[in-house]
Write a protein that binds this ligand. Structure first.
Ligand SMILES: Cc1cc2nc3c(=O)[nH]c(=O)nc-3n(C[C@H](O)[C@H](O)[C@H](O)COP(=O)(O)OP(=O)(O)OC[C@H]3O[C@@H](n4cnc5c(N)ncnc54)[C@H](O)[C@@H]3O)c2cc1C
Length: 353
């Protein structure tokens, strides 16, 4: 069956395990059904939320007043060094399958949860590598024009954790992503922490299979791998993006990293560590507001993650995230941006004194 109606709450379909119900919740497994359904909902002006793995969303506690579509289309087609992957495929399985065939460049992106279709939305990245480096094009349904389109890398406007998809959140449904890869298992190490655990220097190369192993181990120590046995991984990964600031505005001793070469700000701006800012604004691992442990707190393994150990609510997530953002602003005058997509909820206004 291509369209399956589901009864659960969004809590059961998101990795932070918060969120209310939905007027309609369906799983769709063919492009044709997906396109017909989306166009029909758009014609009727019905609210629509697209989900893949639910690992980068925070949904409101109240019912979603429309249809939530979970995409589970399948298909991975290799032709030479190009691969077309359906939106519903699992990202990490693609990384494994590429490695098995001698395409090692995706190894630093190992272990990122979620679906292929969501990977271009925030231009997923980790350990010095971003998805945009490998994109050939993205097949979409353009809801504004009501047609299927093929978007080039330029059309996608990729930046650090940003893209045309994120800038126009209700315009595109990603149907498939085409990647172009080099056939090599010898890949560059671009990130200091990864270089250190591999006993190598940044800029040297390493075997991609070994890189994957080290990345998975590093991620496990930070609860950055989805694991049903590890409650600390009930999160959206990083809750805040590393802020981009002018080089002259980098707080003293705060770690900073260059932007991707393609970013027009690369010569004047740097990314600064959001984790450092949070810790140095006085928020420790395991922190929760009001001294009351609802299960919503800063991860014990990673200051950038908000986790739901128990029965926490979206309201509590918002309260904690707003508090963290305010503390950092008061200490450094830097406004943190939220990484996950907030659905029908938002952080409290910053108070500027
Ligand atoms: C433990 C953990 C670790 C993480 N580590 C990283 C990391 O290292 N780097 C990183 O970049 N991210 C990381 N993330 C965030 C997340 O895994 C990625 O952003 C991932 O790509 C989200 O995929 P998803 O299918 O779960 O998306 P969802 O959460 O389902 O959706 C995210 C957004 O994309 C939209 N969307 C999803 N699919 C489509 C589609 N087919 N068409 C149009 N819009 C769509 C949704 O509407 C929503 O706005 C982590 C998350 C967790 C929980």
């Amino acid at each position: 069956m291509a369209i399956e109606r589901l009864r659960e709450n969004l809590r059961e379909h998101t990795s932070l395990h918060v969120g209310g119900g939905a007027k309609e919740l369906v799983r769709v497994s063919t492009d044709e059904e997906l396109i017909d359904l989306v166009l029909d909902l758009d014609r009727r002006g019905e609210p629509l939320l697209i989900l893949g793995g639910g690992s980068n969303v925070v949904c409101s506690d109240s019912e979603f007043p429309g249809t939530v579509i979970i995409i589970s289309t399948q298909g991975v087609d290799w032709v030479g060094n190009r691969v077309v992957v359906a939106a519903g495929e699992n990202w990490d399985e693609l990384v494994c399958s590429a490695l098995d065939q001698g395409f090692g460049e995706l190894a630093p992106l190992s272990g990122i949860p979620g679906s292929m279709g969501a990977t271009p939305i925030q231009n997923i990245g980790a350990y010095g590598v971003e998805l945009a480096e490998f994109i050939d094009h993205v097949d979409v349904l353009d809801r504004k024009l009501g047609t299927r389109r093929c978007l080039s890398v330029t059309d996608c406007e990729f930046e650090y954790r940003d893209s045309a998809f994120k800038k126009s959140p209700n315009r595109y449904v990603v149907l498939a992503v085409k990647l172009k890869l080099n056939k090599t298992l010898d890949i560059p190490i671009k990130y200091l922490q990864l270089a250190n655990v591999m006993n190598q220097d940044v800029g040297t190369t390493a075997n991609a299979v070994a890189v994957r192993e080290q990345v998975l181990q590093l991620r496990a120590t930070k609860s950055m791998l989805l694991d049903s046995m590890d409650a600390e991984s009930n999160s959206t990964g990083s809750f805040f993006i590393n802020p981009i600031v002018l080089e002259v505005d980098i707080p003293r001793n705060c770690p900073s990293y260059p932007l991707a070469e393609r970013d027009p700000r690369v010569k004047t701006h740097m990314k600064v560590s959001a984790a450092w800012l949070i810790e140095n604004a006085g928020i420790t691992k395991g922190f929760h507001v009001d001294g009351k442990d609802s299960g919503i707190r800063v991860s014990r393994n990673h200051t950038l993650a908000i986790t739901n150990e128990g029965d926490g609510s979206t309201q509590e997530v918002i309260k904690l995230a707003s508090y963290i953002r305010q503390q950092v602003f008061d200490a450094y005058g830097i406004e943190l941006s939220v990484e996950p997509v907030l659905v029908n909820c938002e952080l409290d206004q910053l108070s500027v004194s």
